[in-house]
Design a protein around this ligand. Structure first.
Ligand code: PMP
Ligand code: GLU
Length: 441
């Protein structure tokens, strides 16, 4: 049977695809620096793993919205950590926050989605699947890849049909940029969203991984119009368990919530019950879990800073990260050199880099950047999370990690960064023009 004429145009998500490609290369004996896929290297806390094991026999379907016990614990978690007013009835649990973002977008028969470029890989394909309009708001390296209130207002003003609902997805600490927003920036964005009646999905899945623990929720400034999404995938190291949470403001009304529950009930039914029970343990956020998160912050901030510092020395533009485990690289200072090797697109740069050095990055195009803007995302997660967490604990303090810690415990990660820097340096010194120049001198 041939259905091609009627099939949707949707490719495999680039993050998942690159993960598979890196694995295949590794199996074939190639040394790969797996900086392409944004997966936490850490194991969930032991108590959370134990809770999952203890509940493996809980095999029944559970309520579509999530079990009441977990919804209450998640509501408390947000009240305590974000200082926002959340009740259990406003919390939705699902198999991952990705499907929750999709469900929110699917709640609308028509909508305009506003996203920044760069932004996480799946937002735009989700909107396309649903037939929604997409408005991409460009950002810049100089502007720290931040959405400004002016740019947001301009994009909202320029919409062809302002009666259609507008939905903005904001994600911080950000994937792919690792950067946050200040309270003043959030407050200014909230003012614009409120003025235009824009619904905001605030993807705060990396909130707990703000390197200095200073994540602030947009819902503080725009409680009536902000849906906050999060889950176990990042701070709790359990992406494959598939558990996401969403806080749906009461102000959006029962009709909105019922629409989401309708979509949930007709698609994924519920999150796995044993995972929800393990999530109760995680979101209870005991002192042990708190320590586990603080250790991750110590490791990720030291490693992120070190990777950024090395890259900055080699003519690659990058900002020192504030959270999560990503760096967004801008190769524009070496674009002229790379062009001499016919590396004119971010995909070509990433392909050549992977083939020549084994360093896997995800090209900026996956994040909505133009292909000639030579950019790529680097996920600094290629280390043994269990061993490094143990070593961080053994330092016996919560102070920043001592010098030497990274070269001892994250050597492979740093070797990959050096391989990337050397690749750029070699390209610069051996570029045809440079050779001519050397020959002439
Ligand atoms: N948002 C961002 C920015 C992400 O990086 C991810 C990770 N894949 C998700 C959402 C989805 O996470 P999950 O579905 O695992 O909760
Ligand atoms: N969030 C991860 C990334 O951006 C991967 C998981 C996914 O895309 O679903 O690389």
């Amino acid at each position: 049977m041939q259905f091609s004429k009627y099939l949707r145009s949707v490719e495999k998500s680039q993050t998942l695809l690159l993960n598979e490609q890196s694995r295949t290369l590794e199996k074939g004996g190639k040394k790969v620096y797996k900086f392409g896929f944004g997966q936490s290297p850490f194991l969930p806390p032991q108590a959370v793993i134990d809770a999952l094991k203890a509940n493996a026999h809980r095999k029944d379907y559970s309520p579509v919205q999530g079990i009441p016990e977990l919804r209450e614990i998640v509501a408390q978690f947000h009240r305590r950590t974000d200082g926002i007013d959340v009740k259990a009835e406003n919390v939705l649990i699902a198999p991952g926050s990705k499907i929750l973002i999709y469900a929110v977008l699917a709640a609308f028969t028509k909508a305009d989605l506003l996203v920044c470029a760069p932004a996480w890989v799946s937002y735009v394909p989700q909107a396309h699947l649903l037939g929604h309009g997409v408005i991409t708001v460009p950002t810049s390296f100089e502007g720290r890849w931040r959405l400004t209130p002016e740019a947001l207002a301009k994009a909202l003003e320029a919409r062809a049909d302002k009666k259609i609902p507008s939905v903005l997805i904001l994600n911080y600490p950000g994937n792919p940029d690792g950067l946050g927003y200040t309270p003043a920036e959030l407050s200014a964005l909230a003012d614009v969203a409120r003025k235009y009646g824009t619904l905001v999905i605030s993807d705060e899945i990396y909130g707990q991984l703000h390197h200095t623990g200073r994540h602030v929720s947009l819902a503080k400034y725009y409680p009536e119009g902000t849906i906050v999404t999060s889950g176990l995938s990042k701070w709790c190291g359990a992406g494959g368990w598939r558990l996401g949470t969403a806080v749906i403001p009461a102000a959006l009304g029962n009709e909105f919530k019922d629409t989401l529950l309708g979509i949930a009930s007709e698609t994924y039914s519920c999150a796995a019950l044993p995972v929800q029970l393990a999530a109760c343990e995680a979101f209870r956020f005991t002192p042990e879990t708190g320590n586990y998160v603080v250790q991750q912050r110590r490791i990720l901030s030291a490693l992120g800073d070190e990777c950024a510092a090395r890259l900055q020395k080699s003519n690659i533009r990058v900002h020192k990260p504030e959270g999560a485990f990503y760096l967004f690289l801008d190769f524009s200072p070496v674009a002229g050199t790379l062009a001499e090797y016919s590396l004119n697109t971010s995909q070509a740069v990433c392909e050549s880099l992977l083939a020549e050095t084994g360093v896997a990055l995800l090209p900026g195009t996956a994040f909505g950047m133009k292909s000639e803007q030579l950019s790529a995302r680097l996920a600094y997660v290629d280390f043994d999370g269990v061993a490094v967490m143990e070593a961080a604990r053994r330092t016996g303090t919560l102070e920043p990690l001592p010098a030497g810690f990274l070269s001892e415990h994250c050597a492979h990660q740093l070797a990959g960064i050096d391989a990337l820097c050397d690749w750029v340096a070699k390209k610069e010194s051996l570029a045809p023009d440079a050779t001519h120049f050397a020959a002439a001198v």
